[in-house]
Design a protein around this ligand. Structure first.
Ligand code: TXE
Length: 483
């Protein structure tokens, strides 16, 4: 892999080293089944080394002026932008996503994350409160060594979303990327090293979640964990971290509703619903996997959606016209296919998709799946209640606004929602009643990095984004002076 200056390795104290165990496991390209590298199988010993290196680097890094740290973050953003093509290829190799998607979304957003938090820390300010003869002011102090645990769906996009504010606030980092997608985490370590971020400030330990991930969360000298991944895993991370009073940010799964009212702009709603349902093969926690359509336009809308989804191009990730690449793994494809089978058992009708595409070698060995639309399911059934995290959406009619809200809120998740309507009062009214952390109206995944990002219920705890990230990755200290 020419894009990486070294083979896959642990990155600890500014050095590329093998895992303490010396063991490795294969990194597979899910689009072909081919091996692209060997992942170091990290364990508690690697975590101890990484935390020790991060601790040693902490005081100097924390003592730097925010503007100095910001200068380095900007340099990282420039390097990421300069390596757009190679990073996009790496990301696609690991995930099976279209290279064009990584070029358009994943990698530009990785650079934007660093640029945004460089600016945020430059302009950060804290409060000052006065009463006669008394001055109160607030200091923001770094936490120390923080652990960042990230998933396989948007590897660099999410790792940089956490790394940039953590470093901006003067913390040092031990990052644990998903075992399925190690490549761009390694590339990020190389970039940080190249721009002059000191050894030990940013460390990467690769390996299985239950081994090196668990060891990281358990480490007694780790001050905080920022985790993005599945709800079940998030619960395990919380159970480990809570008794140690570690700061915790959990960005978990979703089962997000898309509400389509009859007064919407139909063409825009169709395009937005298809994009929300199938971007990244439906492997985005924010994907709109439950589509609720006002009765009067239900048939017309569903026919339009099925036509769009049926025309989506599923194929080799590096083909310019590919819209959907492969899922992350054969095992995950089987999980998603299990839900399609369950949907049929629960009385659903597959309107399009529901099967594997026929592709030429070597892609016939890939984890590809046709985008799938299913109707006729009871909203309370497992298929409509559980996160599938693949290219599958279910469609359902609703009679009125009250029913639409009841259906949308009728799950254990609460991450995001999309609302398509031409009625501004309805947009505000419905947004105020949706049980989610985020609502998009007449759009989807339109992101302003200053806003709070996160979910409620089984979708997580806490908010990141803008000042929320600066506050998460620091401790506020109030100083009260009797003048
Ligand atoms: O995530 P996991 P996976 C959902 C989606 C998916 C499910 C599982 O439904 O099917 O989660 O996906 C590390 N202690 N989302 O298996 O297991 C693991 O190595 C510490 C939604 O990828 O949650 C990886 O680095 N760490 C999500 C990270 O946790 C542990 C995006 C996430 O892995 C650990 C991805 C442990 N005990 C999946 N066990 C979203 N919200 O975007 C695992 N890990």
């Amino acid at each position: 892999m020419s894009e990486l200056s070294s083979g896959l390795s642990q990155f600890i104290g500014g050095r590329h080293v093998p895992s303490a165990s010396g063991e490795t496991f294969p990194d597979l390209n899910p689009a072909t089944g081919g091996e692209v590298g060997r992942v170091p199988r990290g364990n508690a010993e690697d975590v101890e080394r990484a935390v020790a290196a991060a601790e040693a680097a902490g005081p100097e890094w924390a003592a730097r002026a925010p503007a100095d740290r910001a200068r380095l973050l900007d340099a990282v953003a420039e390097r990421i932008e300069g390596r757009l093509e190679s990073l996009a290829r790496l990301e696609s190799l690991d995930t099976g996503k279209p290279v064009s998607l990584a070029q358009a979304i994943d990698i530009p957003r990785a650079a934007a994350n660093f640029r945004f938090f460089a600016g945020a820390v430059r302009h950060d300010e804290t409060g000052c409160h006065t009463t006669p003869g008394v001055l109160n002011y607030t200091l923001r102090r770094p936490l120390g060594v923080v652990g960042l645990i990230t998933p396989w769906n948007l590897p660099l996009y999410l790792l940089t979303w956490k790394t940039a504010p953590a470093l901006a606030m003067g913390n040092t980092v031990v990052a644990k990327p998903s075992e399925l997608t190690p490549l761009t985490a390694q590339a990020l370590a190389e970039i940080l090293d190249e721009v002059g971020v000191p050894p030990g400030v940013f460390n990467v330990v690769h390996g299985y979640g239950a081994e090196v991930g668990q060891a990281l969360v358990e480490h007694p000298r780790l001050k905080a964990i920022s985790f993005t991944g599945g709800t079940l895993t998030g619960a395990r991370v919380a159970a480990t971290a809570a008794p140690q009073f570690k700061k915790l940010s959990l960005e978990l799964g979703g089962k997000n509703p898309t509400l389509v009212f009859a007064d919407c702009d139909l063409e825009r709603a169709l395009a937005g619903t298809a994009r929300a349902g199938f971007t990244n093969q439906g492997q985005v926690c924010l994907c709109g996997s439950r589509v609720f359509v006002e009765q009067s336009i239900y048939r017309e809308f569903v026919d339009g959606l099925v036509a769009r989804v049926g025309a989506m191009k599923v194929g080799p990730p590096d083909a310019i016209d590919t819209q959907l690449g492969s899922l992350i793994s054969q095992a995950h494809r089987e999980k998603v296919e299990g839900y399609i089978a369950l949907a049929r058992e629960e009385g659903g009708t597959v309107l399009t998709g529901g099967a594997r595409p026929t592709l030429p070698p070597p892609y016939d060995q890939g984890a590809f799946l046709l985008p799938t639309v299913i109707e006729g399911l009871d909203p309370g059934c497992r298929t409509v209640q559980e996160e599938i995290f693949g290219p599958v959406v279910t469609v359902h009619p609703f009679r009125d606004e009250a029913e639409a809200l009841a259906l949308a809120n009728g799950v254990q998740y609460g991450l995001s929602a999309s609302v398509w309507t031409g009625d501004l009062s309805r947009a505000h009214r419905v947004s105020a009643e949706l049980e989610t952390g985020m609502v998009w109206v007449n759009t989807w995944l339109l992101r302003d990095l200053r806003v709070p990002f996160g979910g409620i219920k089984n979708s997580g705890v806490g908010r990141e984004g803008g000042r929320h990230s600066l506050e998460f990755f620091s401790e506020a200290r109030n100083v009260c002076i009797q003048l």
